[in-house]
Ligand binder design. Structure first.
Ligand SMILES: Cc1cc2nc3c(=O)[nH]c(=O)nc-3n(C[C@H](O)[C@H](O)[C@H](O)COP(=O)(O)OP(=O)(O)OC[C@H]3O[C@@H](n4cnc5c(N)ncnc54)[C@H](O)[C@@H]3O)c2cc1C
Length: 319
């Protein structure tokens, strides 16, 4: 299974989700990585420490902007040159577009929203949650190259202790339509902690917070735990918190190690976005709230009383 992993980076940071996919692929066999964009070369060693034995680098002007189509060209070229029969992606807005574009370009099958990958009797099998995440389905490919896009947080981005990878430069040639798009502007959202896609800890707030200003409770607790803040659709629809923080069926799928739900009822549309989290802690004043049915720890009480004390306690302990 000669495998290639698309490693997305922003600035000088490789995306944690992509490093997790790389580490998983390295546990199954030999794996190479592709990093395309400014500063790619400086990140090759980190890719090596997560298991890549070879890193393809492209710092060409054509991939300077985070747009998908030029990356499809670069990937298609590398897949052909390297003879890769499996190409893996960690889900993100950019990676999803690149994966879809590559599938079209190579006439390849793309399995979407996977949470695991294994080798069984010489076959590669993907695992995909189905029926609103109530079961896992085995999925495969009928031909090569096999393309797969993994759900955020599927794997730990733990360094595998790999050595110095071989570095290969890609000199891309682009299809005419690939360079037709120009990025006219880009704004970075101001935030101090990790993103909800990357965070090991998420503190999510729902309508039980009472009013938008009370999101400060979730933010303070997230800060104390080194985590990110998420939200339900009810509160983002009400304008209490940005849409980018919405978790659930029509928001983001997350699986942090710890998920703390504050004043969230646990509707099925929210549940499907977070139920694969490692440990789920819920604080809700209603003992019959559905969220308690899938929480590891349920605290029945008023979050306005509990959360400030909890945050204070965590701050004291970590100090
Ligand atoms: C097609 C569709 C797609 C959807 N997609 C999503 C999605 O992606 N994500 C999503 O989240 N929702 C989604 N929804 C909405 C979903 O059905 C729920 O309406 C929503 O998740 C409820 O949000 P909530 O838990 O914040 O609010 P509520 O259901 O109103 O729950 C608030 C909870 O706070 C508790 N509470 C109140 N006061 C306190 C207090 N002082 N202390 C402690 N607890 C308190 C209450 O007991 C209650 O359980 C979708 C719905 C549809 C129809």
């Amino acid at each position: 299974m000669p495998t290639l992993v698309f490693l997305e980076h922003h600035g000088s940071e490789l995306q944690k989700g992509a490093l997790g996919v790389l580490a998983k692929a390295a546990s199954l066999g030999d794996v190479a990585a592709l990093i395309a964009g400014p500063g790619a070369k400086a990140l090759a060693a980190e890719a090596g420490s997560h298991g890549a034995t070879k890193v393809w680098i492209c710092e060409d002007e054509g991939v300077a902007q985070p747009v998908p189509q030029p990356r499809v060209d670069v990937l298609a070229q590398v897949v052909e040159e390297g003879g890769y029969d499996t190409v893996l992606f960690a889900n993100s807005v950019l990676a999803a577009d690149v994966a879809a574009g590559l599938a079209a370009r190579l006439d390849a099958g793309l399995n979407w929203d996977l949470t695991d990958l294994e080798q069984r009797d010489g076959e590669i099998i993907g695992k995909r949650p189905a029926l609103q995440d109530s079961v896992y389905a085995d999925v495969g490919w009928t031909g090569t190259p096999r393309l797969a896009l993994f759900r955020a947080g599927s794997f730990d981005a733990t360094p595998t202790g790999g050595g110095d990878p071989e570095v290969a430069q890609v000199s891309p040639s682009y299809a005419a339509h690939s360079t037709a798009v120009t990025l006219v502007g880009q704004d970075a959202e101001e935030s101090s902690g990790p993103s909800i896609e990357d965070a090991d800890v998420i503190v999510a707030g729902g309508r039980g917070l009472g009013e938008p200003e009370n999101f400060a409770l979730a933010e303070e607790l997230a800060k104390a735990l080194g985590g990110a803040v998420g939200a339900t659709r009810a509160v983002v629809d009400a304008g209490w918190y940005p849409y980018s923080a919405q978790i659930g069926q029509t928001g983001k799928m997350v699986s942090p190690k710890l998920y703390v739900a504050l004043g969230i009822s646990g509707a099925i549309q929210h549940k499907v976005g977070m139920q694969s989290s490692g440990t789920i802690v819920a604080i809700n004043k209603d003992p019959n709230a559905p969220i308690f049915e899938f929480s590891d720890l349920g605290v029945v009480g008023d979050l306005h009383e509990i959360v400030p004390k909890l945050t204070e306690l965590i701050r004291t302990r970590s100090a």
